[in-house]
Design a protein around this ligand. Structure first.
Ligand SMILES: NC(=O)c1ccc[n+]([C@@H]2O[C@H](COP(=O)([O-])OP(=O)(O)OC[C@H]3O[C@@H](n4cnc5c(N)ncnc54)[C@H](OP(=O)(O)O)[C@@H]3O)[C@@H](O)[C@H]2O)c1
Length: 254
């Protein structure tokens, strides 16, 4: 499927919606920004990243967020509020699986306190702090949605293979926070949702070292995965808040 074939509809949201994407330098985050920029229903996109990313699109305003620096998250939320007042869609597309000195563990013997802390810092605490400062910006009147990229392997009931301890545990903890925030968010706006998303296995920096065993046809382009996740988000209703959904709309059990 080439990019021109992606027909994005966000018609369950207010027309002229304002979106924010945190992690716009990543494979998935960047594809979200591009799709949103191409969608007529979207009025503005605030694209935040740790690194300096320039996106040449009139609807897109860039900014910086470093997940380990809460002040940068506060500044980003203030920037979004000053520009558009309320947001209709916030997507947290950041995440960490591996970096220098950190690799998914195959056994408990490989556990390192530093890797566990890094995974929690980026995959759990960072998105939680983004939620702290961005959930209050969600529209109080129409459908509004806060989504954080989680992962199927953060599901406790779906865990049949074990391993990848730090990543799994950090995503499971994120899933619990998503559920907690959903309960609180319903008091802010009963039409608002807080959800987690599993994108499938997507060709990006994060998955690159682990793509060898992905079955034929199961390694998605970021464009395809984000197109499907936007369709899922468009179809969700308030009762779906607090849940985790895969790219194809299937719910992932906690
Ligand atoms: N790709 C997959 O197959 C797959 C599968 C399941 C779930 N996911 C989830 O999808 C999400 C996006 O992954 P991806 O595949 O797009 O990976 P990616 O291309 O590696 O992007 C990761 C993003 O996270 C950002 N980030 C990392 N640490 C940060 C920090 N301290 N402060 C601010 N930003 C930080 C990166 O910023 P920099 O550019 O500055 O490094 C980048 O924008 C992750 O939550 C991942 O767990 C991915």
């Amino acid at each position: 499927m080439n990019e021109t074939a992606f027909d994005i509809s966000l018609d369950s949201f207010r027309d002229g919606l304002n979106a924010a994407v945190i992690g716009s330098s990543g494979g998935i985050g960047r594809a979200f920004v591009n799709h949103l920029a191409a969608c007529d229903a979207v009025a503005s996109i605030q694209a935040f990243a740790r690194s300096d990313v320039t996106i040449q699109q009139s609807k897109v305003v860039s900014g910086r967020v470093h997940l380990e620096d809460e002040a940068s998250i506060v500044a980003a939320a203030n920037q979004a509020k000053d520009r558009v007042g309320e947001l209709d869609l916030v997507i947290v597309a950041t995440g960490l699986l591996h970096e220098d000195g950190m690799h998914p563990e195959k056994t408990w013997r490989s556990l390192e306190a530093d890797s566990l802390s890094r995974a929690y810092a980026i995959n759990t605490i960072g998105p939680a702090l983004v939620a702290k400062h961005f959930l209050p910006l969600l529209s109080r009147e129409s459908k509004a949605l806060f989504a954080a990229l989680s992962a199927r392997i953060g599901s406790i009931s779906d865990n049949e293979f074990g391993g990848w301890h730090s990543y799994r545990a950090s995503k499971a903890a994120l899933n619990m926070l998503i559920r907690n925030f959903a309960i609180e968010l319903a008091r802010h706006n009963p039409a608002a949702l807080c959800i987690g998303l599993h994108p499938g296995t997507v060709d990006s920096r994060l998955s690159r070292p682990f793509q060898r065993n992905v079955p034929e046809g199961k390694l998605f382009s970021p464009e395809f995965a984000t197109y499907r996740m936007l369709s899922v988000m468009n179809g969700l209703k308030p009762d779906d808040s607090g849940r985790i959904f895969a790219w194809d709309g299937a719910e992932i059990a906690p």
